[in-house]
Design a protein around this ligand. Structure first.
Ligand SMILES: [Zn+2]
Length: 200
């Protein structure tokens, strides 16, 4: 089976969750999508996953559950390999009132979002992104809560969620209800977890 990553010709011997499992609390990550991946893209990805997760957690509001995720997934890794992750995060950092401001390595962010995009494209199109397509990522500067762009974005998010039922839309829910596990599907224990996939 082929690897999900654009342009990769290696055999897929492992599997990736999109978004990464580590981004979610334990017990709340069993509905993620999966794609088959080669070893190279699996290893590449896990390094960036932790880096991006650390930044998301550090930027999340204190009342969110980011601290729980940070303590579970990021904190234990900070000291690994002679403080490699801690040193990476603190590179080009500077002290600001109330804490430390860390610089973001956009190349690593790009790699993370490229892998995520390749995964979503593979999953929805059942094939990898053709080589003549190029993925680009645009990051908005949302540095301060009083930033006008930040406020506009928050308004749009509020509008999106306003009046939406907390329960899934019954119509949408129905579409996903009749799940039939076909006998040709096999249970897979790669990475110590169990997911259904279709053997080729
Ligand atoms: Zn690959």
């Amino acid at each position: 089976m082929e690897c999900y990553f654009q342009g990769c010709t290696e055999d897929a011997t492992t599997k990736e969750h999109i978004p990464p499992r580590s981004f979610f609390p334990q017990g709340e990550n069993d509905q993620l999508l999966t794609v088959r991946s080669c070893k190279i893209h699996n290893n590449d990805k896990s390094k960036n996953d932790t880096y991006v997760l650390a930044h998301i957690c550090m930027n999340a509001p204190p009342e969110s559950r980011a601290k729980e995720i940070f303590d579970k997934t990021v904190r234990p890794q900070l000291s690994h390999n002679n403080d490699a992750l801690a040193r990476t995060l603190l590179k080009d950092s500077r002290e600001v009132s109330g804490g430390i401001s860390c610089a973001v390595d956009c190349d690593r962010l790009d790699e993370f979002f490229t892998a995520l995009s390749c995964g979503l494209i593979y999953k929805s199109q059942k094939k990898k992104l053709p080589s003549n397509y190029r993925l680009g990522h645009i990051y908005h500067q949302l540095s301060a809560p009083d930033d006008i762009l930040c406020r506009e974005m928050q308004n749009e998010i509020d509008k999106f969620y306003d009046g939406k039922p907390l329960e899934p839309d019954p119509k949408v829910f129905e579409q996903y209800q009749p799940v039939v596990i076909h006998p040709s599907l096999r249970r897979d224990g790669v990475n110590g977890d169990m997911d259904w996939y279709c053997p080729t």
